[in-house]
Write a protein that binds this ligand. Structure first.
Ligand SMILES: Nc1ncnc2c1ncn2[C@@H]1O[C@H](COP(=O)(O)OP(=O)(O)OP(=O)(O)O)[C@@H](O)[C@H]1O
Ligand SMILES: [Mg+2]
Length: 369
C-alpha cells in the first residue's frame, strides 16, 4: 500500500519499466579503462561511449529510484526524499524516451541531455540530508543513531552510486572539450600532483576557517611536489578539503582561547607501489574512542546542524566549516570508488590522524551497489 502511494502520479506502465530496468545488471568501468578509452575521443569513440551510457544510466538510476521507495522508518515518505525520488524518475524518463543513438548528431543531443540530468541532481546530497533530518525529528531524540544502521548503509550505497553516475556523465561530457588542458583526459589528470592538489584544497579549507573563526592555523605539506600519478583531481580535492576542514576546526576550537600558538596541521604525501597515501595530522585534541564507531555515519556531527531551519525549497549548498556530519563518510566513498580507503586514528587528548589511501593501479572496478 505504502509503495502504491509513494509512486502516485506515475503510470503503471512507467513503473513497470522502472522495475524492469532496475533489475538489469550494471556494468562497472575502471579508472584505467576510462583513461585509455578517453585518450582517443574520436567521433566513433564518443558514439560508443554515448551508446553505453544510454543503456547503463537508466539501469543505475532505476535501481536508486526503486530503493528510494522502500526505505525503513518511513524515510521514503519524507517530502525531501520524495523530491529526490522524482528527480531520479524524471531522469529515467528522459533517458528512456531518447531514441537509439545512431550518428554523431544524436550523440551531441544526448550529451546535452545528460549534462542537464547532472545539473538536475546537483542538490541530491543536501536534499537527502534534509530528508534524514525530517525523519530524525519524528524519532525519539534519545535514540542512538548507531541503530539506524540500515539507513546508513542505504545512504552509503546511494551516494556511492551517485558518485559513479556523475563520474560517467562528467567524463563523457568533458571528452567533448575541443581544447583540453595538457594531460587531462576528461575528469582524469594523467599527471596529477597530489602535493599540489593538497595545497589548493588546504588553502580553500583555511579560507573557510578564516571566515568562520577569524583565524586559521597553518597547514604544512610534506612530499615531493613533482611526483604525479593518474587520478581525478576534483575527487582528491574534495577529500583533502574535508579532512583539513575537520582538522582546522579541531585545532581552532582547542586553541582559540589559549595563549599557545595553534600547532599547524601537517599533511604527508607518500608514494608507494600500490597506494599513494596522504596523511592529515592534527593536534586538535582527538576524538574519544567511544565516538569512533559513529564517525563514518551520516547522522553524527558535533557541530550545529545548518539544515535545521531549512525546508525543501531553500536547500542550499553553501559550504560551512562543519555541520552535516557528511564530510568523513562521503570522503571515504570517494576514496573507495577508485579502490582506495580512508581511516581515522585518534589519540584523545592529543590529536587525530586521517589516512587517505588512493589506489595507484587504477584498475579496480567501480563498486556497484
Ligand atoms: N580531526 C578531527 N579532530 C577532532 N574531531 C574530529 C576530527 N574529524 C572529525 N571529527 C569529529 O567527527 C565528526 C564528524 O566529522 P564529519 O566531517 O563527518 O562531519 P562534520 O565535520 O561534523 O560536518 P561536515 O559534513 O560539514 O563535514 C565531527 O563533527 C567531529 O566531532
Ligand atoms: Mg567535516
Amino acid at each position: 500500500m505504502a509503495v502504491k502511494k509513494a509512486w502516485e502520479g506515475f503510470s503503471k506502465g512507467f513503473m513497470e519499466e522502472v522495475q524492469r530496468w532496475g533489475s538489469m545488471k550494471q556494468t562497472g568501468v575502471s579508472l584505467r579503462y576510462m583513461m585509455e578509452f578517453g585518450s582517443r575521443p574520436t567521433p566513433r569513440n564518443l558514439l560508443i561511449s554515448s551508446q553505453f551510457l544510454h543503456k547503463e544510466l537508466p539501469i543505475r538510476i532505476a535501481r536508486r529510484a526503486i530503493e528510494l521507495d522502500s526505505l525503513p522508518y518511513g524515510l521514503s515518505h519524507k517530502p525531501a526524499v520524495l523530491k529526490v525520488r522524482d528527480w531520479y524518475l524524471d531522469s529515467f524518463r528522459d533517458l528512456r524516451s531518447f531514441p537509439d543513438i545512431e550518428d554523431n548528431n544524436n550523440e551531441l543531443e544526448f550529451t546535452q541531455m545528460i549534462k542537464l540530468i547532472k545539473v538536475r541532481h546537483n542538490n541530491v546530497v543536501p536534499m537527502m540530508a534534509l530528508g534524514v533530518q525530517q525523519l530524525k525529528k519524528d524519532l525519539n531524540p534519545k535514540i542512538d543513531y548507531h541503530y539506524l544502521d540500515e539507513i546508513h548503509q542505504f545512504l552509503d550505497r546511494f551516494y556511492m552510486s551517485r558518485i559513479g553516475i556523475r563520474m560517467l556523465i562528467g567524463q563523457h561530457v568533458a571528452l567533448h572539450d575541443p581544447s583540453p588542458l595538457p594531460n587531462c583526459v576528461g575528469y582524469i589528470h594523467t599527471k596529477m600532483s597530489p602535493v599540489e592538489v593538497a595545497r589548493n584544497a588546504s588553502e580553500d579549507a583555511r579560507y573557510i576557517c578564516l571566515k568562520e573563526y577569524g583565524y586559521a592555523p597553518d597547514v604544512n605539506i610534506y612530499g615531493d611536489p613533482n611526483f604525479t600519478f593518474p587520478y581525478v583531481p576534483t575527487h582528491l580535492h574534495l577529500m583533502v578539503f574535508e579532512l583539513v576542514k575537520n582538522s582546522l576546526r579541531a585545532v581552532q576550537e582547542r586553541f582559540m582561547d589559549s595563549d599557545k600558538v595553534a600547532p599547524p596541521v601537517r599533511i604527508i604525501v607518500a608514494d608507494g607501489v600500490e597506494d599513494v597515501t596522504i596523511k592529515v595530522s592534527d593536534e586538535g585534541g582527538g576524538i574519544p574512542r567511544s565516538g569512533l564507531p559513529r564517525l563514518f555515519t551520516y547522522l553524527y556531527s558535533t557541530a550545529k546542524n545548518p539544515l535545521n531551519e531549512q525546508s525543501e525549497t531553500d536547500v542550499e549548498t553553501a559550504t560551512t566549516m562543519a555541520g552535516y556530519g557528511y564530510g568523513l563518510p562521503i570522503s571515504r566513498l570517494y576514496a573507495r570508488y577508485f579502490g582506495g580507503d580512508l581511516q581515522i586514528i585518534s589519540m584523545e587528548g592529543y590529536g587525530t590522524d586521517a589516512y587517505l589511501h588512493l589506489s595507484r593501479l587504477g584498475d579496480s572496478q567501480e563498486p556497484l551497489p
